[in-house]
Design a protein around this ligand. Sequence first.
Ligand SMILES: [Zn+2]
Length: 388
Amino acid sequence: MTGQYRSDLPAPLRRCVRCVMDDTVPGIRFDADGVCSYCHLHDRLDRAFPTGPEGRRILERFADRMRRDGKNRPYDCVVGVSGGRDTSYCLHYVKRELGLRPLAVHFDNGWDSETAKTNLARLCDALDVELHTVIMDWPDSRELTNCTIRAGVPYIDVTDDIGIARSLYDAAVREGVRYIIMSHSFREEGVTPLLWNYIDGRYVRALIRRYATQPIKTFRNVDLHHLIWWTLVKRIRVINITNYYDDTGEQVERLLEREYGWIDTGQHHMDNELFALVYHYARHKFGFDWRVVELSAKVRCGVITRQQALDALATPPFFETDEMVNYCLEKQGLTRQEYEAILRGPNRYFTDFPSWYPLLKACRLPIQLLCRLHLLPAHAYEKFFETV
Ligand SMILES: [Zn+2]
């Protein structure tokens, strides 16, 4: 076994008194009472996006609009699905609770777990929802991930997130649908610091240019002009409906198991097995534990206690086994020696590469407006400008 568990790393100098975020988190600030800026961000989002009866009323209004715009078309909306907990519950909610006619869209980067595939099939069958799967060319998918590993940046799955966005917008344009439903949950998953997983098309292009060692033929980037076209000309709106319903706690898993025979992978994001390497790489190269974000979110919502979160952080994570790491590296075509050399190499962030971030910063206020109008994902503004 190489590397260290979090519990072997030096203790953080400071940790939030309410959640478990600590000073290894970039840009974190603490108030006079020791409460961190991420807890304050959560409280602001919680006020901006109500759940309960008020959230339900907002969702009903969205649903009415989608039904109206979907008239004489085969679908009211496109829903991104992975087979994991949050997207599965979202699809259930869209169909059963809101009575909409969704098209489910899944992006497969070659790392889908068998459980994820089973879950997707069971869910879509039971809900009678059509599933459209975009399968990424495997040699290209592998090379794109290896580019980001060689680049030495914290998040090695950026190109798949681009692939997901591309698949959703392409499906919406093809079917003439104006609504894309997302299911990121700031309550259940927390908000990740921008430095850990920033993505934009210019940044991704720079990574590919500098670090690809073989031609990439099938990747279709998502750049600013695509987003402007889809948002302002095609008027496609991205609605994060999870903001308006309570998706916290285990009742979600139990409902999915009961209604659909859905299977719990037991680990967040492990519908996509590449995440074992995403987490391992970040921990051993950058010394941060990605679990801190999600555990903190669960503490804020009262799903677990702060002590339970601290105990979980002190426990070796699931991806810390040679078997798991070697499986991932073998699939990526990387030797352990190459990987270890990259872990020891320089750490870089998106700020070391060309990106659209300076431009986005200059457009901060219009972006806030577009987020509030649900033309961009509703809490993208907070993520982009409040976590740095
Ligand atoms: Zn906190």
